[in-house]
Design a protein around this ligand. Structure first.
Ligand code: PEP
Ligand code: MN
Length: 257
């Protein structure tokens, strides 16, 4: 591949965004924002554990149109309130170019999800802003396709880009996706962009997450993304993979030890 803009030296300074004094390199929060009380419990737990990034979907890309689609604008407003109240950095997915303005108003980072990595109109539109964007790897995408999707954002002018590996599809259903750890090294070689690894969507389960979180942390990624919920068994989406708050406490102790 020709030399891409994503390799620019200036991206090296973006990594500072994650180097917050005493904070753990984690981005955590529920799959979907369900109500205010839920987000408040999650935020209090993050603050207690020195985690500064909160995630939560308001617009949910669900496989079935009959499944919970997210609270939409109401969800973003909850997230906005919570980030201000608890001084957190908020990440949420935007799927439609028409929602970018709203996303910029109510989030600190707009997420482009795996299903939309190939949505070039969306990539171009967020590329025309300077709002931070977290771009997830498409579940069927090669590293080169991923980096060219990133290039769409960067070549349109937005240099505030973070990449996120979230696992790719395979024949083996033991885990929801296959976490591609080799791609971490490849992406680091080919770009200077910050890199986050989403373990919840990679694995789709939480019983094997502890050793993996520690392994990935040794690879100098900027942060690990995890789904956590105050009541995972009754979560409106992805209930198998969301850690309960006590389980998250255990994980934090595990990585801090
Ligand atoms: C998410 O992070 O909420 C999500 C839907 O993830 P992905 O796009 O990686 O499937
Ligand atoms: Mn999810």
């Amino acid at each position: 591949m020709e030399e891409l803009l994503v390799k620019m030296e200036e991206f090296k300074s973006l990594h500072k965004m994650f180097q917050i004094e005493q904070a753990l390199p984690l981005i955590a929060g529920p799959c979907a924002i369900e109500n205010y009380a839920q987000m408040e419990l999650v935020a209090q737990n993050l603050v207690k554990n020195n985690v500064r990034f909160i995630r939560g979907g308001a617009y949910k890309p669900r496989t079935s149109p009959y499944d919970f689609q997210g609270l939409g604008l109401e969800g973003l407003k909850i997230l906005d309130d919570i980030r201000k109240k608890y001084n957190l950095i908020a990440i949420s997915e935007i799927m439609d170019p028409r929602d970018i303005e709203t996303g910029m108003k109510y989030t600190d980072v707009i997420q482009i999800g795996s299903r939309n990595m190939h949505n070039y109109s969306l990539l171009k539109e967020v590329g025309k802003t300077s709002h931070p964007v977290l771009l997830k790897r498409g579940m069927m995408s090669t590293v080169n396709e991923f980096l060219l999707a990133a290039e769409y954002i960067v070549c349109n002018g937005n240099k505030n880009l973070i990449l996120c590996e979230r696992g790719i599809r395979s024949f083996d259903s033991n885990t929801r996706n296959i976490l591609d750890i080799a791609c971490i090294c490849e992406i680091k070689q080919q770009t200077n962009l910050p890199l986050v690894v989403d373990l919840s969507h990679s694995l789709g389960r939480k019983d094997i997450i502890l050793p993996i979180v520690k392994a990935v942390m040794t690879m100098q990624v900027d942060a690990i993304m995890l789904e956590i919920h105050n009541d995972p068994n009754h979560a409106l989406s992805d209930n198998n993979q969301q850690l309960s708050l006590p389980e998250f406490d255990v994980l934090v102790r595990h990585i801090s030890s």
